[in-house]
Design a protein around this ligand. Structure first.
Ligand code: RBF
Length: 334
């Protein structure tokens, strides 16, 4: 080696321990990627990580809608492949992971949208969905109380949910209701349960029936079935607020606000942390607006075009209050 190259060689050698080894990533989707942005963004975050880290690979497995099969499918996904880490997302996954972890002692798991402490093979990150629900509820309350053409004087908002689950019943729905009542304590919340995460026809019927009873703003949390809610609400000239991702383009003028989770960014960040061997195993974290993982998408042209300045101003004040800590929602524990 020439003398001129020697310093470069030593510099590279010293840097080597800092360069993370390529990762084999398994992404377990408890449902389907299509139509559920929370899952699609999870996989997209892993794919971005792999594309930026040469030698890394991602395998995405969709376990489908039959929840009774998830345990077995997770077991065979873990058993049939040698992944450095399994990345997943769902509040019901930590319990399934806890049950199978003892059979795969070297397997590590990262679960977003879940919460469990004390499992040394598992790190979870939950979104503060009381906060997310509150932001969506406050916006829904302002829309319903406004002079917009689809709003009526009745103080009624709705949710169409895939099923009941603890995060829904103790964080999201109470947060949404609190947000509505912060606008006007007389607001009532009508919650309808679909019973699955894909039946768009039934979801459309539920939306129509809610609208007939006086609901003028709906928050759908029902996976790909939300297509039916969008159609019914658009046809009947009422309004939607959305969770999880940027949905404005699906029905401009009907979808008036989106309170997004930065799931792709969180998936990417957690894989980068894993690659640096810095994952806090056994720990359950909670993230929200302050940490940058919950965001009201208020810079989209649709938002400014369809909402009056009076509503946008009150929403900016709310977000500023949460960001400064003036308004805070206790970090939930499940
Ligand atoms: N959300 C979806 O968007 N699509 C789904 O298929 C889906 N399936 C779920 C299954 C179970 C058992 C549970 C507990 C939640 C599910 N969610 C689903 C809701 C998801 O975890 C999250 O609460 C919402 O996306 C709101 O952020």
């Amino acid at each position: 080696m020439s003398r001129r190259l020697l310093p470069l060689f030593f510099a590279l050698f010293l840097c080597l321990p800092l360069i993370a080894a390529p990762l084999k990533i398994g992404v377990f989707i408890p449902g389907q990627r299509e139509g559920s942005p929370i899952y699609d963004s999870l996989a997209a975050g892993a794919e971005r990580f792999a594309s930026e880290n040469p030698g890394s690979s991602v395998r995405v497995f969709e376990a489908g809608f039959n929840q009774a099969e998830w345990q077995e499918k997770l077991t065979s996904f873990v058993g049939s492949n040698r992944f450095d880490v399994i990345l997943t997302s769902n509040p019901s996954l930590p319990d399934l992971i806890e049950a199978i972890a003892p059979f795969f002692p070297s397997q590590k798991f990262i679960c977003l949208d879940g919460y469990k402490t004390g499992i040394s093979a598992l790190h979870t990150v939950l979104y503060n969905q009381t906060e997310q629900g509150y932001i969506a509820g406050y916006l829904a309350g302002l829309i319903s109380s406004s002079a917009l053409p689809g709003a009526n004087p009745q103080k009624k908002a709705g949710m169409i949910i895939g099923q009941h689950y603890p995060v829904m019943d103790t964080l999201i729905a109470p947060g949404f209701e609190q947000g509505l009542k912060a606008v006007d304590p007389s607001f009532g919340l009508d919650i309808r349960v679909l019973g699955n995460w894909y039946d768009a026809t039934k979801a459309s019927d539920l939306a129509k029936s809610m609208i007939a009873s006086g609901v003028d703003v709906i928050l759908p949390i029902c996976g790909s079935a939300s297509q039916g809610v969008v159609k019914a609400t658009k046809d009947l000239n009422r309004y939607l607020v959305f969770f999880d991702s940027d949905e404005y383009a699906r029905a401009p003028g009907t979808i008036l606000g989106c309170v997004a989770l930065k799931q792709k960014e969180l998936a990417y960040a957690k894989l980068a942390e894993f690659a640096q061997k810095a994952t806090p195993w056994g720990r359950a974290d909670v993230v929200g607006v302050k940490e940058g993982f919950i965001e009201l998408l208020d810079r989209h042209p649709s938002y400014a075009q369809n909402l009056p300045q009076s509503i946008r101003g009150r929403m900016s004040d709310l977000i500023a209050g949460i960001a400064s800590g003036a308004l805070s929602f206790p970090a939930p524990r499940l």
